[in-house]
Design a protein around this ligand. Sequence first.
Ligand SMILES: Cc1cc2nc3c(=O)[nH]c(=O)nc-3n(C[C@H](O)[C@H](O)[C@H](O)COP(=O)(O)OP(=O)(O)OC[C@H]3O[C@@H](n4cnc5c(N)ncnc54)[C@H](O)[C@@H]3O)c2cc1C
Length: 355
Amino acid sequence: MTDHVPERLRCDLRELAETQERPGADAAPAFRRMAEDGVTGWAIPPQFGGAGLSSAEIMAGYEALAAENLCATFVLTQFNAAVGRLVPSENEALKAELLPKLAAAEQFVTVGISHLTTSRRHLGEPAVKATAEGDGYRLSGTLPWCTGAGMADRILAGAELPDGRQFLAFIKTDAPGVTVADPPELLALTASATTSLTLDDVQIGSGAVVSGPVAEVMKQGSGGTGSVGTSALAVGHAAGSLRGLAGEAEKRPELRETLDPLEREREKLSADIQRIAAATSTDELPEGLNAQSVRTRANSLCLRSAQAYLTASKGAGFVAGHPAGRFVREAMFFQVWSCPAPVAAAALREFACGL
Ligand SMILES: Cc1cc2nc3c(=O)[nH]c(=O)nc-3n(C[C@H](O)[C@H](O)[C@H](O)COP(=O)(O)OP(=O)(O)OC[C@H]3O[C@@H](n4cnc5c(N)ncnc54)[C@H](O)[C@@H]3O)c2cc1C
């Protein structure tokens, strides 16, 4: 199932995960290494030069990559989020222009869309406002989150018109009026170069529009069973933590009491992700198995696996540079990244449970 993630790539990504922790480093070398093995073409149909892998194959690939280098895999998901919106788009000219370049890793794209779903929603005002002008639009506002913005050629941005309709359009990062902020230091994944962008009267033609204008553009084309991509990363990351725990268990067999049930839980989740990714409708899935319930379980497993790895590594794991510390910091990411409100609520309930 994961022939598309060769062993050599896994080893290289594991090594790069350590060097990415150095101040000022970014995930670009790891991303380029993945591109050498065709990873940027996974989600792009063969007629545009990609591999056209199935959703189940991509999820298995995400798990394998995230176990080695969560940061680079996360950057890949943001690239694929833009690709995933472009592939079903009716904008054939833009597809023909961009998809072959993306498959060949000649251009890098990312997304700034969370303000339409999970970020700044309580402010009651669109983060990016659009006004129609001639054949296109003018955009002003802020994209609060954008991973790899500094290395991106274009960003798929969400914007809202005065009548409430929304659209997604590619903005060139060197277009007049676009300012990419310096990336802040993060609790983890600083090398993802995640930052915000300011748009000051940025002009785009209708040829840059990927979907919309329409009410709730993020719900367009999101039928089926829901995305399990974020969960695949969390479960893959748990596999990385459990690999570290297994290393400790070689010298201390009593740790198997912790390792074995966590490993079984990981295998079950991995199988559930495959079932959801392969299903064409929710009717094919058992009751209670859906993207949200899997994400809740994946977040929990990811946190507990990293904590188990650190606990088994003892004080040595608490010293900066030990991988257990990095895994614990990275595991926290899933509590905030693209985390639906019910998943966050389930986590808060879990935290409130005493022994
Ligand atoms: C490392 C990282 C990378 C990311 N990369 C991308 C990316 O590439 N593209 C993308 O589109 N998105 C990205 N995201 C965004 C992500 O998917 C979520 O949208 C984001 O984490 C939501 O957090 P927020 O602080 O923006 O939420 P907000 O809801 O805006 O919360 C911000 C603050 O507002 C306050 N607040 C929240 N809710 C309320 C309320 N109801 N009432 C009063 N106050 C409130 C709280 O103090 C909170 O700290 C990324 C996030 C992270 C952390």
